[in-house]
Design a protein. Structure first.
Length: 534
């Protein structure tokens, strides 16, 4: 058996002489006229890009960045909804060696200000609706700023703000050449902010090797080929959508991009474009239940668990996976030919080491559950680091180098794995990880509470939604319960992305406590009935 050192070398060496620009250029050379990307808006005309056309557009945009002083290693903040401009800019940064920082467009101004302070981007790319907020947050660092003509690449122009040195996105296209970078899989490729258990998200660095790993590993798991077509409706700033895009690129296939999820358009789009696989979230599965299903070519819907009921209703195979931004790809998956039992998330994927540890640190066996730890190669099958967060990077791993995922899983008698819950203080809201502490910090800022605790309330569509429990200080006691609730929710709306705002505020006299005097959040969760409808 290979030593860990040999395995370490083998994983990194697998991408020697490769990076994302190399991969795109490979397909340009081999199938220049094959369609790579199709922008399918809900209103307006579709836009299709062959491999050659997308590559040329990305290089021309990279030349415009270079002309304005952006170079390799510089950070480019991309605050964009799904659009052709996102795709062109993302690959344009790759050709230039600049590092796109893709941020959640549901973020409020204080969030964007934080992103800018951490990353200090020399360029920002956004759309008219966000231009004022993004420009103001990034102004101290910017060399240039690009603003798209419209909101999401559809028809209907909007005036481009001239503040902060902003120029129309189209003005960045140049015909001059850019230097060809050495092929370096270790070069930083992209950054996404992910929610941890602390109060603020952390910038997660992916290398080019990480991006290639994401495309290659999942393409192999799904047996993807060049004639495969995927539909991407999840936000392109998110790891899930970026993984799907990289899978299509690695396999030489096609990606159809929607502005967002639409239950009414989903199956018609799949049928029209001959879609063969789609990455899903529980919300989407739930929203599609009971809707007519036309004749289609979809063979795989990927979710967080194997769903036989969905397979029967939709006439597809469901594949399950477990992964997170820090693991780059999916470390636990079902097999395309061996589906496993209902509800399973699968088995360990190749080249990942998976441990399930009980509270005493010993391995969990059949029928037991425990904390999930993942072994992989940093910068290849695991993220490189949290940018400028050395302590958080260190704390993400145990002494043996295993990533502490914060998730609890169960193993059945046959070795299949099942997701149980988050061990760390996190919520999963419609596919987004949300730190309870981030919401609690915002509630503390109101000056109305002595203590607060945010817990997950089960929701029929979103999985979890935040609910807040508070005890009041003297200021809070001068207000009615409705006034307290309204002020807390209004403050959270001003400080947090909308999906992080509590759905309800519960005023209590005292908190239930554990033996260590910590708030017993499990007892609070038990007080909340599941939300069965809105």
């Amino acid at each position: 058996m290979d030593s860990p050192e040999t395995q370490h070398f083998a994983q990194r060496d697998a991408f020697r002489g490769m990076d994302v620009p190399w991969l795109l250029d490979q397909w340009v050379g081999r199938q220049p006229d094959e369609t790579f990307l199709i922008w399918a808006p809900f209103d307006g005309d579709e836009q299709a890009f062959t491999y050659a056309e997308l590559s040329l557009a990305a290089k021309r945009f990279a030349a415009g960045l270079q002309k304005r002083g952006v170079g390799a290693g510089d950070f480019v903040l991309m605050h964009l909804e799904n659009s052709p401009e996102f795709l062109i800019a993302w690959f344009g940064c790759a050709y230039l060696g600049a590092v796109p920082v893709t941020t959640n467009t549901r973020s409020v101004a204080s969030n964007v200000q934080y992103f800018a302070e951490v990353m200090q981007p020399v360029c920002a790319i956004t759309q008219p609706a966000f231009a004022e907020m993004v420009g103001g947050a990034c102004a101290a660092y910017l060399k240039c700023m690009a603003v798209t003509e419209n909101l999401t690449g559809t028809d209907g122009s909007a005036e481009t703000p001239g503040k902060f040195g902003a120029e129309p996105f189209a003005a960045f296209f140049e015909d001059s050449s850019i230097p060809e970078l050495p092929r370096d899989p270790d070069r930083s490729f992209a950054i996404q902010f992910t929610s941890g258990t602390t109060s603020r998200p952390k910038p997660t660095v992916w290398t080019n090797a990480n991006a290639l790993w994401a495309g290659k590993s999942m393409s192999m798991n799904l047996r993807l080929r060049r004639d495969d077509i995927t539909l991407i409706y999840m936000p392109l700033f998110h790891a899930n959508a970026q993984n799907s895009l990289l899978m299509a690129l690695w396999s030489g296939g096609t990606a159809v991009i929607h502005p967002k999820f639409s239950a009414s358009r989903f199956w018609d789009t799949c049928a029209h474009y001959g879609v063969t696989w789609v990455s899903m979230i529980p919300f989407a599965f739930n929203a599609l239940k009971g809707r007519p299903v036309p004749k289609h070519q979809v063979r795989i819907l990927i979710g967080l668990a194997r769903l036989p009921d969905a397979e029967e209703e939709f006439g597809v195979q469901s594949m399950a996976l477990w992964g997170m931004t820090e693991t780059v790809s999916s470390c636990i998956v079902t097999d395309a030919d061996h589906a496993g039992p209902a509800g399973t998330i699968g088995r360990p994927a190749p080249f990942y080491g998976v441990e399930v540890r009980k509270e005493d640190g010993f391995p969990a066996g059949p029928g037991e559950q425990g904390l999930l730890y993942i072994h992989g190669e940093r910068g290849v099958s695991l993220f490189k680091e949290y940018y400028q967060h050395p302590e958080a990077t260190r704390d993400a791993f145990d002494a043996g180098g295993a990533l502490d995922t914060g998730d609890v899983v169960r193993i059945d008698d046959d070795g299949w794995m099942f997701y149980v819950t988050r061990d760390k203080d996190m919520l999963r809201v419609g596919g987004e990880n949300v730190a309870a502490r981030e919401i609690e910090s915002a509630i503390d800022e109101t000056g109305l509470v002595s203590e607060c605790a945010v817990v997950a309330q089960k929701h029929y569509m979103l999985g979890d939604v935040p609910a807040a429990f508070v005890t009041l200080n003297e200021n809070g006691k001068t207000l009615t319960e409705d006034e307290v609730s309204n002020r807390i929710i209004a403050h959270c709306r001003a400080q947090l992305a909308d999906f992080k705002v509590p759905r309800s505020v519960h005023i209590i006299d005292e908190f239930p406590r554990s033996t260590l005097e910590k708030i017993a959040k499990n007892k609070l969760r038990e007080r909340l009935p599941p939300i069965e409808h809105d």
